[in-house]
Design a protein around this ligand. Structure first.
Ligand code: SF4
Length: 404
């Protein structure tokens, strides 16, 4: 698909009306809408779709409390946009958490009302399937109530290679050990040109999707993500969505789509411009319109800011992701926005919605429909401040991030 030439002439208003009414739009139409539709008209159409999809609960916007446990930063894949990893030979920068440390972080998560663990780290040259089996079993044995929503196709490809097994076997074994669902990690940009430019050692976009499709077939659902703003074209962004939609038509296994923006600090992608907030809002809206087979669209504001996060709720997003008890990956690359539970509740209210804490599978756990019953956060804030500093994390506050 080309960026400008050869695109069919599109009646923007007619396509927006069709999409708002639930009609499917083509990738070519999506590109024209993404590029040329008036911003507010695009957002209004996306919001109409969201309201229809959530008829009866359209007044609610959700968040989740989770902890992102970064188990190692040692990685052989050396993605150019990544400020988190350390090459295996860089022993001064590289670290790995031991199991006791990981279990302590899980215990804190439970104590603070968290329901989900994201186990996220580098592609360690020694970590095969056995490493993940051992850690997931230990977490589930100690905290059966925690949902392990972690990893992605890239980690599966890596651990299967290290252990000399098929990806299907790797998925089955870590699922049996306790993994509940895959995060959309590693999708970055799926089309070949931008993917090679930023992550030349990662599997291809087609392979990423193949592994996700295999996981869905084995009963392990996932989310999907997109990294915006590393130099990809608008056509490549829409192509990324098309690739996800095609797999979703076959599997139905993607629970959500979560775009987030590239953070430019401390990495090897020099001279890239970040996606603007307008591009980000347009992506949220076009994702809601184009991904008619994906239920949840998540607005991220760790990378874009709270005001933008709030706006996403009017451009098609139904969820604002997680209040994270710990996060180091995008923070390492310069993401500076963070908040606590009351702030996210207030932020959602100021957007005209009723906040609800959700489970990994999006059921509402607590609906905050009465401010008199709002949670008291001071204990959570001080507890996290002390433990996070102890653990050496970069930012000792509760943070919100696209939870993947
Ligand atoms: S993004 Fe993940 S796979 Fe890529 S270098 Fe960073 S830690 Fe490694």
């Amino acid at each position: 698909m080309t960026e400008k030439a050869d695109l069919p002439s599109v009646d923007i208003t007619a396509v927006l009306d069709r999409a708002a009414a639930g009609g499917r739009i083509t990738p070519e139409e999506a590109l024209v809408l993404y590029r040329d539709a008036p911003l507010h008209a695009l957002g209004a159409a996306a919001d109409a779709v969201r309201r229809r999809k959530y008829a009866g609960t359209e007044h609610i916007a959700t968040y989740i409390i989770e902890r992102n446990i970064n188990y190692t930063n040692v990685c052989v894949t050396a993605c150019k946009f990544c400020a988190f990893y350390a090459a295996p030979k860089d022993t001064a920068k590289g670290w790995t958490r031991d199991l006791d440390d990981i279990l302590r972080r899980c215990a804190e998560t439970v104590e603070l009302g968290g329901t989900q663990i994201m186990f996220q780290g580098g592609h360690h040259p020694d970590f095969g399937v056995e490493y993940y089996e051992k850690h997931f079993r230990a977490i589930k044995d100690a905290f059966p109530q925690l949902v392990i929503h972690s990893l992605g196709a890239s980690e599966v490809e890596h651990m299967a290679r290290i252990s000399g097994v098929s990806v299907e076997e790797a998925i089955t074994r870590i699922h049996e050990a306790g993994l509940d669902s895959f995060a959309g990690a590693g999708a970055e940009l799926l089309p070949a040109r931008p993917r090679k430019a930023i992550a030349p050692l990662k599997e291809s976009g087609e392979r990423w999707l193949e592994i996700m499709e295999a996981a869905h077939g084995l009963g392990v659902e996932s989310t999907s993500t997109m990294l915006m703003g590393t130099g990809e074209t608008n056509a490549e962004r829409i192509e990324h969505l098309r690739m996800i939609r095609d797999v979703q038509d076959r599997t139905g296994g993607f629970r959500a789509f979560i775009p987030y923006t590239y953070q430019p600090e401390n990495n090897h992608l020099k001279g890239r411009t970040q996606a603007t907030i307008f591009e980000y809002l347009r992506m949220i809206a076009i994702a809601r319109l184009f991904l008619d087979n994906v239920q949840h669209i998540q607005g991220s504001w760790l990378t874009t800011g709270k005001d933008v996060g709030q706006l996403t709720l009017h451009y098609g997003a139904d969820d604002l992701g997680s209040i994270m008890l710990e996060e180091n990956v995008v923070s390492s690359a310069g993401a500076k926005h963070r908040s606590n539970r009351m702030e996210i509740i207030e932020l959602i209210r100021r957007a005209g919605r009723v906040p609800a804490q959700r489970a990994t599978t999006y059921e509402h756990l607590v609906v905050h429909d009465d401010p008199a019953n709002d949670p008291v956060d001071e204990r959570v804030m001080s507890h996290i401040s002390s433990t996070a500093i102890e653990g050496g994390t970069a930012h000792p506050e509760l943070k919100i991030l696209a939870s993947n």
